[in-house]
Design a protein around this ligand. Structure first.
Ligand SMILES: [Zn+2]
Length: 443
């Protein structure tokens, strides 16, 4: 503990503080001091008040946690929200989403859809998200302007996609973006080969070589459904995760999204490679894809993060709600009420997400030296009373509307529930106009 008074930019004084690391700790009447966008002090309120701060903010009846990390999504798909519901995955993709994307997705679509997604996420306590969508340079611009933090995974498929006529072109764009944004404080470029059934061995090998060279992460949908695994076994006599292991893709920088089908051998490969799994329970439920065995993975030592997936298949970007679903579903799937307790659920939505994205040295917990990515949830409402354990209240009894303040790198992006850098009315009007255009010209 420093003895000299610190000179802080901001001092936050919440009623409860949950640092996430160390695990399971709730600090009452503590303060967090921030200087140059980083956390420099955590200590009891009386100690905190001895330091000088340019701004001191009392957060009564509020719980301060690390900003939530939405580890998987397709941001601009907000503009397709609710367009094709209640359909199985392949029908949904082949007959609705892919034709709509071919018709509508351009740079303007990605700009407006990504802005809408960023605004929705900030309002729900999310300070960092992962994106895998077309025109990634445009998504990077929106992230840069908004102040949020993101991993942008460049989509790679064997066939032409909006903005890239081939996988080689997508890979060239990825390398260029990687070079341009190497030193960006809030944007990390990754590779996003879509899924085992849309990317062949040749392109996957190219992804592996480039990712190794650049020390970049790879995010991919893997084992989303039983059908995907069954078809791969019938056609190639190999389970997709085994194929990825054979091609050398699995490793600590690999992020396997979904994993609803896990054999003992699959689990051993995940453990051995130290890859992360990104669980998207609501998308899996809605598309009837299956259940990711979170507790089994967790107990085996696999890092499990949580993501909302795109708004066209969820249909919201509500990571707090997603985390509650994950906590409830984990118990049903494991047949055990002790599975994924509230504190571990919050860890999954923060530090595990940061670790999956390779950002855990910088974000994911409230620790001295980390970036000040923080969210304050208001627990003063009727539905939160009485508060025995604020983390239990947050996970099981609180909606994302209770996110009142949010900072990314110490920048105040949500102030008393209001976005400080984005115009909510304008975003709604733009989204409505897209909806009218799209519904007036069915694909
Ligand atoms: Zn997805």
């Amino acid at each position: 503990m420093p003895t000299l008074p610190l000179s802080l930019d901001l001092l936050l004084l919440p009623t409860w503080l949950v640092p996430v690391e160390p695990a399971g700790v709730v600090l009452k009447d503590h303060g967090v001091g921030i200087a140059d966008g980083r956390i420099v002090f955590i200590g009891p309120r009386l100690e905190a008040l001895k330091h000088t701060a340019r701004e001191t903010r009392e957060l009564p009846d509020m719980l301060l946690t690390p900003g939530l990390v939405n580890a998987h999504g397709h941001a601009a798909m907000t503009l397709f929200r609710g367009m094709a519901d209640d359909l199985p995955l392949m029908t949904w993709l082949e007959q609705h989403i892919w034709p709509a994307e071919a018709k509508w997705v351009d740079e303007d679509f990605v700009r407006d859809g990504t802005d809408l997604a960023i605004a929705e996420q900030l309002k729900g306590g999310i300070s960092c998200f992962s994106d895998m969508y077309f025109y990634p340079r445009t998504a990077c611009e929106r992230v840069h302007n908004s102040g949020i933090r993101a991993q942008i995974a460049i989509p790679v498929l064997d066939f032409p996609i909006p903005g890239a006529s081939s996988a080689d072109e997508a890979l060239r764009q990825a390398v260029e973006l990687f070079g341009d944004l190497k030193h960006h404080p809030r944007i990390k470029i990754a590779f996003g080969p879509h899924a085992p059934y849309t990317v062949g061995d040749e392109n996957l090998e190219k992804v592996r070589v480039m990712a190794d060279e650049l020390d970049a992460a790879i995010q991919m949908h893997v084992h989303e459904t039983a059908f995907e695994v069954q078809q791969a076994v019938e056609q190639h006599a190999e389970r997709p995760i085994a194929r990825l292991a054979r091609l050398g893709l699995l490793g600590p920088r690999f992020q396997a999204v979904h994993m609803t089908q896990i054999s003992d051998t699959d689990l051993a490969m995940l453990v051995e490679s130290n890859a992360s799994v990104i669980h998207c329970p609501e998308s899996n439920l809605k598309l009837a894809s299956g259940f990711c065995p979170v507790e089994r993975l967790w107990l085996a030592g696999v890092n499990v993060a949580v993501g909302t997936d795109g708004a066209a298949s969820n249909n919201d970007l509500d990571l707090l709600g997603e985390t509650r679903t994950a906590a409830l579903l984990a118990k049903a799937v494991a047949g055990s009420a002790t599975a994924l307790d509230a504190h571990r659920a919050l860890r999954m939505a923060t530090l595990n997400g940061a670790r999956a994205l390779g950002l855990d040295n910088d974000i994911g917990s409230i620790e001295s030296g980390k970036a000040a990515d923080l969210v304050a949830f208001d627990l003063s409402g009727l539905a939160q009373q009485p508060v025995y354990d604020p983390v239990s209240q947050l996970i099981y009894a609180t909606g994302r509307d209770c996110a009142k303040h949010l900072w990314v790198g110490g920048k105040h992006l949500l102030d008393d529930g209001k976005l400080t850098r984005m115009d909510e009315q304008q975003l709604c009007a733009t989204a409505k106009a897209w909806g009218q255009r799209i519904s007036s010209q069915p694909h």
